[in-house]
Design a protein around this ligand. Structure first.
Ligand SMILES: *Cc1c(COP(=O)(O)O)cnc(C)c1O
Length: 220
């Protein structure tokens, strides 16, 4: 088995310049994160706000923490002081809560809207019309402490590469067309351990990779 630092080195050799790598450390202990940190890696992602907040408290402060999981509005306050990017925003109400908590912390918090591209019921996200409605709403335009800088998507978990390609192709084209109206749009977050190579072919600018770097997760 390869080490965390070898895995990171391998994946970094495969991603083109300009693409960022979020190392998804959910369920993994601090020591594993430190092993990645010692190689110079600084961007980590978690899917539970309490777990991320605990790790933020205990680990070096120059780590950039990304929240990649579904966000409950009543928990935004815990991460508002430090979170770098929230990937899975799926409503104006949530955006409004992030704006409010960001203002309390005198920060501007970057967010992505999660678009549902998979056909699995278990995956969150909104459709393109809802995305456009949020971005063009007066409410969003008045928010001074959040910036929507792009889109995030998760492909269906399948062996069928054509299906994954179609889903990523769809998200890429939606991103491109929204970008024409949205000067802040820079980031297309798509691709995980099983499909990041395909996501890169389809124009991902940010991949979220967990098990490929840290090994399989145990959920107890
Ligand atoms: C867990 C998770 C990942 C990483 O998954 P791996 O298959 O372990 O790479 C990426 N994105 C989200 C939203 C996740 O919850």
């Amino acid at each position: 088995m390869m080490s965390i630092s070898e895995n990171l080195k391998k994946i970094k050799s495969e991603i083109p310049p300009g693409v960022s790598l979020v190392a998804i450390s959910k369920t993994k202990p601090k020591d594993d994160i430190l092993k990645a940190y010692e190689t110079g890696h600084r961007i980590f992602g978690e899917n539970k706000i309490q777990e991320m907040t605990r790790k933020w408290e205990e680990l070096p402060k120059d780590i950039q923490w990304h929240m990649v999981g579904h966000v409950q509005r009543n928990k935004v306050k815990y991460m508002a002081p430090f979170v770098t990017l929230i990937h899975a925003v799926d409503s104006l109400k949530l955006l409004n809560e992030i704006n409010k908590e960001a203002a309390k912390n005198q920060r501007i918090i970057n967010c992505l809207l999660q678009v549902k591209i998979a056909d699995e019921e278990t995956k969150y996200g909104i459709n393109i019309d809802e995305t456009k409605a949020i971005l063009s709403s007066e409410a969003y335009q008045k928010m001074e402490n959040v910036k929507v800088i792009g889109l995030m998507g998760m492909a269906t978990l399948t062996e069928n590469e054509e299906k994954i390609k179609n889903e990523f192709r769809f998200l890429k084209s939606a991103f491109k067309s929204l970008k024409e109206q949205q000067p802040l749009f820079t980031t297309l977050s798509m691709g995980m351990s099983g499909d990041y190579k395909i996501a890169l072919e389809y124009g991902s600018t940010m991949i979220r990779v967990g098990s490929f770097i840290f090994g399989e997760r145990n959920y107890n």
